[in-house]
Design a protein around this ligand. Sequence first.
Ligand SMILES: O=C(O)C1=C[C@@H](OP(=O)(O)O)[C@@H](O)[C@H](O)C1
Ligand SMILES: C=C(OP(=O)(O)O)C(=O)O
Length: 425
Amino acid sequence: MITEKEPGTGLAARVPGSKSLTNRLLLLAAAADGTSTLRAPLVSEDTVAFREALGVSGIPVKSGPDDAFWQVTGTGRGPAGPARPWCADAGTAARFLPPFAATGHGTFLFDGSSQLRARPQRPLIEALRALGADLEPGPGNGLPLLIRAHGIEGGELSVDSSLSSQYLSGLLMAAPLMRRGLQVRTGSSLVSRPYVDMTVALMRRFGARVEESADGTLSVRPGAYDATDVVVEPDASSASYIFAAAAVTGRTVTVPGLGTDSLQGDLRFVEVLGQAGAEVQVGPTATTVSGTGPLRGGFTVDMGEISDTFMTLAAIAPLADAPITIRGVAHARLKESDRVAAMAENLRACGIETSEGKDWITVRPGVPRPTRIACHRDHRIAMSFSVLGLAVPDTISLDDPACVAKTFPDFHDELRRLFTGDATS
Ligand SMILES: O=C(O)C1=C[C@@H](OP(=O)(O)O)[C@@H](O)[C@H](O)C1
Ligand SMILES: C=C(OP(=O)(O)O)C(=O)O
């Protein structure tokens, strides 16, 4: 059940800043004219890679004491090459930085890990080429990607957003630096729409003029962003593990700073937990989840717009009293791992009856047997199964626990503190 009132007095979880918000704010601040301040940024592999990629592109990011804030000094224009930005495993870096670079000048050679090189980049390359950018992609039509930047005219554009919303987000954030701005059509196949809404909301925070017409065309006027001071919300995707752990252990946990005005679509994961029987309270400035007994299954849920949290649900689904089917997640096969296959493989290894299709997975009730989870270097596989391991102690071990550092470096410590220690506040 969900109530919109101030949350109860649950254990206060320490959830780090949002990766999606932090990396957007880094980009927008880099494109703004002046110095912006990002308060409570996420400090993790993805965001450190992003800030270092800006640094080598001539846009310094300075840290305040204990990384309480980062300060970015932008020029109001695209970056100046030459530069070799390293994107590590970060999809947001590989999709947000190239459009920004293309509005600058000089050469930029983007590269990333083998995991990132394996992820689709073609729709972004085709869109930038349509805008007149001079690009040389690698053999797989992705990274490494050479850009000979000479500014971007802009104008009308169609983008294929059926594989990822990140291409559109990257193009939109660069649009004010394009000489004629951008009028972009996304078509009906756009996935992960909440992330595009996040992009537009933050662009407006930095002074951009963005309009959406009835047919879904997004129009962005040219004109530099204004430097801004922003507080980063805690990461709603990271919070999903904390909320799920409360639901399956019977504890009550509150995440301060994640409330009804959140820009993050993944907070809607708590609605799914409510459907499964947890007690959920979403307040203006905090969200609380309480476990109220065995999980209630017997439903199908489309998690296409919040696909980063589908693994959190799939991992605890064996604890429900009836099967749970998750749909709309075909694009989750193209992320840090083929996430539908990875969840099915690991659940079956646990002895849980699991079936899957192109865009769906069905998990049946069962008691997991001791299993070493194959994380596939995917932080969300590691974190999701760690929650199952809380509910069924001495069952789950991970082949790569450290991969959580991509977005939640203190994950294992925080899970222990909240759910196995005697945390009282
Ligand atoms: O724009 C973003 O910040 C993100 C968009 C989503 O990717 P897709 O748009 O590829 O689904 C999500 O999976 C990712 O963790 C972050
Ligand atoms: C898909 C993810 O990240 P990214 O696309 O930013 O690498 C994620 O964090 O689950």
